[in-house]
Write a protein that binds this ligand. Structure first.
Ligand code: AMP
Length: 295
């Protein structure tokens, strides 16, 4: 099926996408996959733009709200679904193929086999979202297989997911190269997210403070703060906004391993947070360099 007035091809059946991908590979094309859950925004489009830079690329964007990665009390049913607007955006961006399967297309047998992530999946996001990363890794493994992709593009917005995906690709020797893409933000600094559309105008203003709090933490690091002090500076900033219900603020190394009590050289690290604003749970993170520290 091809959508109106464009060269965007839309596939829903996994077998159709695999057949097409096999033909493309045989013709010497490089397949660049961008997995999404739809409700597309400019953050997703950054991934598409990065994918288009692969020489000889055919860009496939998947749109699938993956039930496996939602907990029983999460927003699976209310998650925004805007397929027709999404296809228009993809066509305008020059994407070659959209893959929009149903849950039945993806899990015709229910789930017999799933990916078990490493122990990092139980930390940070995983502490409050058990099973989330098993679901996310499972659907990505399926999408890699169905699309025959050589390359896949993921946002640093979901930094922990990216680290776990790298671990999966390495541990399972999957023949694919993952490409991280920096976080796309509004002018206010708020990271673009499909869930931002849940926010009221007032909540949207509060959400901007998440970015400001990360900046406060990074600026503390620039002034020589230890990881513990960086977390303290971030939390102190957020404490000005009691309506923001902080889930966690942590500094980890870039592979998301915990940092020790001291270091005698600079360390590249990541400051990560999750918070609830009203009924909406948001995540964000930022890279930083830590000066040598001793608690
Ligand atoms: P989602 O549709 O939310 O599952 O996201 C699909 C992909 O887009 C994931 O790799 C996300 O990390 C990425 N993404 C979402 N928001 C952003 C953003 N603001 N900047 C960069 N990448 C993003």
């Amino acid at each position: 099926m091809t959508s109106d007035n464009t060269s965007l091809q839309v596939c829903t059946a996994p077998s159709d996408l695999s057949t097409l991908a096999d033909q493309l590979r045989a013709a010497g094309r490089s397949i660049a996959l961008v997995p999404t859950m739809g409700a597309l925004h400019d953050g997703h489009m950054q991934l598409v733009r990065a994918a288009k830079k692969v020489p000889n690329a055919t860009v496939i964007v998947s749109i699938f709200v993956n039930p496996l990665q939602f907990g029983p009390t999460e927003d699976l049913d209310s998650y925004p679904r805007t397929l027709s607007a999404d296809l228009d955006l993809l066509a305008a961006e020059g994407v070659d193929v959209a893959f929009a399967p149903t849950a039945h297309d993806m899990y015709p047998h229910g789930y017999r086999s799933t990916v078990t992530p490493g122990p990092l999946a139980a930390e940070l996001e995983g502490a409050t979202r058990p099973g989330h990363f098993a679901g996310a890794l499972t659907v990505c493994a399926k999408l890699f297989g169905i699309s025959r992709a050589h390359h896949a593009f993921f946002g640093e917005k979901d930094y922990q997911q990216l680290v776990l995906l790298k671990q999966m690709v390495e541990d399972l020797n999957l023949p694919i190269t993952l490409h991280p893409v920096p976080i796309r933000r509004e002018e206010s600094g708020l990271a673009l997210s499909s869930r931002n559309r849940y926010l009221s105008a007032e909540e949207h203003l509060l959400a901007q403070q998440l970015f400001a709090s990360l900046r406060a933490g990074v600026s503390a690091a620039d002034n020589g703060a230890s990881p513990r002090e960086v977390v303290g500076a971030t939390l102190a900033y957020l404490a000005q906004y009691p309506q923001i219900d902080v889930d966690y603020v942590e500094v980890r190394d870039v592979g998301l391993q915990p940092l020790g009590g001291c270091a005698d050289a600079t360390v590249a690290a990541r400051l990560l947070l999750a918070a609830r604003i009203g009924a909406t749970r948001l995540i964000d993170n930022m890279g930083l360099m830590l000066q040598p520290w001793d608690y």
